[in-house]
Design a protein around this ligand. Sequence first.
Ligand code: UD1
Length: 417
Amino acid sequence: MSKLLIDGCRILGGETKVQGSKNSALPILAASLLSRGESVFFGCPKLSDVDSSVKILRYLGCRVKRSGHTLVVNTESINRDDIPEAMMRLMRSSIIYAGALLATTGRARLTFPGGCEIGNRPIDLHLSAFKRLGAEITERHGELIFKAPKGLKGANIALSFPSVGATENIMIAAAKAKGTTVITNAAREPEITDLADYLNACGASIEGAGEGTVIIDGKEKLHPANHSIIPDRIVAATLMSASAVTGSEITLDGVIKSHLDAIIPCFEQAGCKIDFDAQKMRIKAPKRLKSLGLIRTNPYPGFPTDAQAPLMAVSAVAEGITVFSENIFESRYKHVGEFVRLGADIKVEGKVAVVDGVRKLYSAPLCAKDLRGSAALAVAALAAEGTTEIDTTEYLERGYEDLEVVLTSLGASVRKI
Ligand code: UD1
């Protein structure tokens, strides 16, 4: 178990590069199973969730090499179609291997996935979509066995909710199915488009990724391809939050503006000035932030649920009332109790949190409860007087590459022990 020690109230400055997106890298690594040979991935962040994916790929028989942020995956010697429970439990994204294995071997034997406890996270949409594609699924003693001995068949799949993971799983499974698959009410997140770009580079035919209807013409054979992972918009939002709570000016390199369209106005409403020069973003925060108004989390292009906790840290020290409405996950306010220990004034009722910004936060021992929440605690600690100790930062390492090094390079005092 590691801890972060953060001395708050320091002004930040300078420039940092935003890491590659975890939520893009994970499904793309799974999708590499669809072609035989060597795919090279650039900008792959060094995270424990990526290590977990590499573990699964190696278990399945792939050879994987990492050099800095480049991962080389060679799938020539895949020799299994099962994933042990211990590996499935490492992260939610392990469920994406169901689609990848089904498309590759016509079989998959795995268990329910793990991941952060941010609410009941069912996989019913994934399972019903696989059935529509012709897979037989049996569930016994927590084990899920998927079979499509004659291969998957294209189908029309209408999602009752635009689930990111289900959309990705269907795209991967359908990329090699016989015939055409049409997903309606598909998730539109940038990570979906990144996955489609990779699969299309492998010879797949996917149209409409990033829109509500995605059309996949199945191909019998795909070939390996090289791909650069998109920058992580949630890490960008977290670093913007760090700048905001410390009243600082920083520059983020490697940011795609359109991916932050729902987030930038919240910072502007708080009084931050934001400029872009190609893929560089400069954010300059005022001495005292103003309320962020009303923030409703929603599927993309709405405000992302993953940025809710970091922006709540911002609202905790912004003058006036900010209201959050969490519409994606039902238990995503676990950071609130920790913010309150720092002196924040936050009330939660169901999916709504009301934050009355205080002038100052004061250090306290904190305990992280999930990935984005842990980053948000680090942001709040930057604004707190004194030294804040944050426990269980292994959550942080699942999604943030060396956050303590990044923040220290910007002038913060952050130690990992
Ligand atoms: C992905 C992201 C996660 C982000 C989330 C929402 C990855 C690795 N993770 O998670 O960081 O917070 O999108 O943007 O990309 N649901 C069902 N049945 C299902 C699937 C989902 O009811 O079969 C519900 C979930 O419980 C949740 C909502 O749909 O309430 C959204 O979940 P989903 O979009 O699937 O999130 P993930 O893909 O798990």
